[in-house]
Design a protein around this ligand. Structure first.
Ligand code: NAP
Ligand code: G4F
Length: 383
């Protein structure tokens, strides 16, 4: 008999990759999905099995982290061997707009899961993974950040996740639960939400190159992040729950890069060179050159003439609307513990991540460019 896992946040980036990974390993995966007016299952549609299919490997349940009784009922029905609590209001900037909801879902939501496991008498059976975050380090007290680095959260999101982190540790110590935190540094992919900076960049760069957008507006270009690929990071989540003893692990690449350099790398994927000048809100990025052969290979000869006209044009600007009231300037993780104890090492480095995201977004933008030619209205959401 394969194991049974419950994933909260299954419709999100990590939930989708983790569900696919666990199903391949022979798990039956139950996912908690919020009710919405549209299906919102795009990321897991390739795994979907209708309710009338036999021996389903993916089963979805309506639920919400703010609803205790619903969580308890789902856990009671599913009797999971493993719970991966990935659901969260996960956008740092948005958490300043919705602080109370964020505290409820991301902080108390974690308590609801742990307490349900305890009340249902499942502490021996059910292992719990909590999606903790490098945002806990915030105003960093040590470089690089490791499991023993003191936390200094800098947003309502991070403060809510701080509660989630410590309540997980507390339930482990108080009730002997197999409950662990993965302190994951930023991880991205073609499935990344469009308003996180990497995906915002790869989508916009693809659209600019294919004449579907003029300019990309960003906030703090000097922020530094330790970016990995989500596919590698869900593998770490699984490994954490396979250990005999529960513990907390930093999952990171150990390399940090500025937002500015991520922009340069994304344009460079298509043979476009960007040069930045100016400072703060006045910083601008202009196309300084084009490698025509590479552009044709990656974007297509049909877009070359328009792309050549980009040389000398301003394609990146700063809009202070994207600044945060308190910013996390630098994150860089030390993954020694996970490498040593979990045997975890990432397969993707940053260039491979950028390549994967750009390939996927160029493909999508090309489809949209064709639709636009046929007269369809293709919206460019600016967020
Ligand atoms: P994501 O793409 O934003 O997905 C979040 C998921 O949570 C979605 O399925 C969302 O459902 C669901 N959700 C939100 N509020 C909910 C609620 N009240 N009840 C039930 N479900 C709810 O996030 P992700 O990048 O996959 O991240 C997964 C987890 O890891 C999150 O907890 C995040 O905070 C944490 N984390 C992420 C990173 C990273 O770099 N990606 C790093 C460290 C930690 P809808 O689809 O309905 O919105
Ligand atoms: O992509 P971001 O929005 O990710 P952030 O804030 O680091 O949070 C993500 O990673 C955390 C792990 O460390 C997760 F816990 C969290 O759930 C989420 O997945 O922003 C990255 C950096 C920030 O410094 C931000 O100020 O990019 C900077 N940035 C600059 N311009 C921008 C923009 N961020 C966004 N979203 N949009 C911009 O236009």
């Amino acid at each position: 008999m394969g194991k049974t896992a419950l994933i909260t946040g299954i419709t999100g980036q990590d939930g989708a990759y983790l569900a696919e990974y666990l199903i391949k390993k022979g798990y039956t995966v139950h996912g908690m999905k919020r009710r919405s007016s549209l299906f919102n299952t795009d990321r897991i549609d390739h795994l979907y099995q209708g309710p009338h299919e036999k021996e389903r490997k993916l089963i979805l349940h309506y639920g919400d982290l703010t609803d205790s009784m619903n969580i308890t009922r789902i856990i009671q029905e599913v009797q999971p061997d493993e719970i991966y609590n990935l659901a969260a209001m996960s956008h740092v900037k948005v958490s300043f707009d919705t602080p109370e909801y964020t505290a409820n879902a991301d902080g108390i939501g974690t308590l609801r899961i742990l307490e349900s496991v305890r009340l249902l008498g499942l502490t021996e059976k059910t292992r719990v993974y909590q999606a903790s975050t490098s945002e806990l380090y915030g105003l960093v007290q040590e470089i690089p950040q490791k499991e023993t680095t003191p936390f200094y959260p800098r947003s309502p999101y991070a403060v809510a996740k701080l509660y989630g982190y410590w309540i997980t540790v507390n339930y482990r110590e108080a009730y002997g639960m197999h409950a662990s935190n993965g302190i994951l540094f930023n991880h991205e992919s073609p499935l990344r939400g469009e308003t996180f900076v990497t995906r915002k960049i790869t989508r916009a760069v693809s659209r600019i190159a294919l004449s579907m957008q003029d300019k990309l507006f960003l906030g703090n270009l000097s922020a530094q992040r330790d970016w990995g690929h989500a596919k590698d990071y869900v593998r770490a989540m699984y490994l954490i729950l396979q250990q005999d003893k529960p513990s907390d692990y930093v999952i990171a690449t150990g390399i940090t890069t500025t937002v500015r350099d991520f922009v340069k790398m994304s344009f460079a994927e298509l043979g476009l060179e960007v040069a930045f000048s100016g400072e703060g809100v006045n910083e601008k990025g202009k196309i300084a050159g084009i490698n025509e052969k590479l552009f044709i290979e990656k974007a297509g000869a049909e877009y070359l003439e328009n792309a050549k006209m980009l040389v000398g044009k301003e394609v990146v600007a700063v809009d202070k609307a994207y600044f945060r009231p308190t910013e996390v300037e630098l994150l860089i993780g030390d993954p020694t513990k996970s490498r040593t104890l979990l045997g975890w090492t990432p397969e993707y480095d940053l260039p491979a991540l950028v390549k994967d995201m750009m390939r996927s977004d160029v493909k999508e933008v090309k489809k949209n460019a064709l639709l636009q030619k046929e007269g369809y209205r293709i919206l460019n959401y600016f967020e």
